[in-house]
Write a protein that binds this ligand. Structure first.
Ligand code: AMP
Length: 210
């Protein structure tokens, strides 16, 4: 199955994708994670995108599309994938349609108030990438990942200013994709409110009724 996840920052795309990836045995491909890895490893791509990510802006389409094209050619992506954070613009969606079209597009819908609350409290394991929330999904030990004992950190773009820029970029450049995929009969709305398990249960219901 080839699944695209749409939704604003903080909708729960990463959490949902990690869960779906495990249960469906499909690779979770997050462009944000690929960019952050490039920055950490100080690759030439990482150097180009570092400031863009820090400021909450979108990386130019050409760079992003190239990165995804290469990733989808890896053997583990041959039988399907879960794309988290791509496409984010109409040209990216058009490119994906040419390279390897999505079969299902899930639009995770959440209210603006919840977005800010979720992003400000988000913590991520530096080692395994597991996502926590200081209020709704805290780790058992402060600052330590339950799953692997790794150190939890706050993403540099999870600060109020960057969050506002990211939301504006979402509204202007990404939200039109809801209509774009709707016109192609690929869009399925999913309430992103609630616990990760309840969101996943709603998705399973969608699969059963397809
Ligand atoms: P995310 O982890 O999905 O929130 O992405 C973090 C940041 O990576 C975004 O704020 C953008 O700067 C960049 N990014 C991720 N995916 C894309 C994309 N498809 N197009 C452009 N920039 C992206």
């Amino acid at each position: 199955m080839k699944i695209v996840l749409l939704g604003p920052p903080g909708a729960g795309k990463g959490t949902f994708a990690a869960q779906a990836s495990k249960r469906l045995g499909l690779p979770h491909i997050s462009t944000g994670d690929l960019f952050r890895a490039a920055i950490k490893n100080e690759t030439s791509l990482g150097k180009k995108v570092k400031d863009i990510l820090a400021n909450g802006l979108l990386v130019p389409d050409e760079l992003t599309i190239g990165l995804v094209k290469d990733r989808l050619l890896q053997p583990d992506a041959a039988d399907g994938w879960i794309l988290d954070g791509f496409p984010r613009t109409i040209p990216q969606a058009e490119a994906l349609q040419e390279i390897n079209p999505a079969e299902l597009v899930l639009n995770l819908e959440v209210d603006d108030g919840l977005i800010l609350q979720r992003l400000m409290g988000r913590r991520i394991c530096r080692n395994c990438g597991k996502i926590y929330h200081m209020v709704t999904m805290p780790p058992k030990r402060d600052g330590i990942c339950d799953a692997c004992g790794g150190e939890l950190y706050t993403r540099s773009d999870d600060q109020e200013d960057s969050i506002k820029t990211r939301l504006a970029a979402y509204r202007e450049q990404t939200e039109p994709l809801v209509q774009w995929y709707g016109d192609r009969n690929l869009l399925i709305p999913l309430r992103g409110k609630g616990t990760p398990d309840s969101v996943y249960a709603a998705f399973e219901e969608v699969l059963r009724n397809r």
